[in-house]
Design a protein around this ligand. Structure first.
Ligand SMILES: N[C@@H](CCC(=O)N[C@@H](CS)C(=O)NCC(=O)O)C(=O)O
Length: 218
């Protein structure tokens, strides 16, 4: 098998890469990173000292960082979907990818990581700031997102691969709510996409690990 993907089915950034792999029907071997597969964790750490996933290995070559992995797939394993279009549309895709990673995922993760700490190490001020920043991102997206169906219109791109996991989990941390109908409708469309629905389903068994308690609604 040419491609190996190290990751975990409950990991948001792993979803970001599973979604394009599944959407383009690109064959790959999944290398589960968990205590039951210590060899996978050890190889991940050997190849990428930060120890974070997803990590792609393509015929022995290590490709790290979800956005860069998707760029690599676009260049070397093309399929029906083009993940980063040329020109102005591509620049918009890259902007939205940054917004979803840095302004949605990062703030969602800050709240989750804080909840995973022992009680005496938690920081309510950091949590409050992260939630405020999430709300600012939601408001920007609700105003600025294209009418759809996808982040930049008709084409399902890198921006949607980043949006699906970040909005899925962020809504569990801080509800998008009815005041942002355009963003809420976009999240619902994403969850109905077959590759995203598969990611949601394959992550279902791990929901008890969500430290804030997973809501029933998805
Ligand atoms: N910027 C990285 C972020 C990857 C990341 O934060 N992965 C999380 C899982 S969703 C992880 O590996 N967490 C375990 C750790 O940080 O040790 C990317 O885009 O791939």
């Amino acid at each position: 098998m040419t491609l190996q993907l190290f990751g975990h089915p409950f990991s948001s950034y792993t979803w970001k890469v599973l979604i394009p792999l599944w959407a383009n029907a690109t064959p790959f071997e999944f290398r589960m990173v968990d205590p039951a597969h210590p060899d996978n964790g050890a190889e991940l750490k050997r190849r990428w000292r930060f120890g974070q996933f997803p990590l792609l290995v393509d015929e022995g070559r290590t490709v790290a960082e979800s956005t860069c992995i998707i760029e690599h797939l676009d260049a070397h394993h093309p399929g029906p979907h083009r993940w980063i279009p040329d020109g102005e549309l591509g620049r918009r895709v890259r902007l939205l990818d940054r917004i979803f990673d840095q302004r949605v995922m990062t703030n969602m993760n800050a709240v989750v990581w804080d909840a995973l700490r022992p009680q005496e190490e938690r920081n309510p001020a950091d949590r409050r700031v992260a939630r405020e920043r999430l709300n600012t991102a939601y408001d920007w997206l609700d105003e600025d997102l294209d009418e759809g169906p996808w982040a930049v219109g008709e084409q399902f791109t890198l921006a949607d691969c980043a949006a699906a996991p970040s909005l899925f989990y962020a809504d569990w941390v801080e509800e998008i709510g009815p005041a942002r109908p355009r963003l809420a409708a976009y999240r619902a469309r994403l969850l109905a996409h077959p590759a995203v629905a598969r990611a949601v389903d394959e992550a279902r068994p791990y929901r008890p690990y969500f430290p804030l308690g997973a809501p029933d609604r998805d």
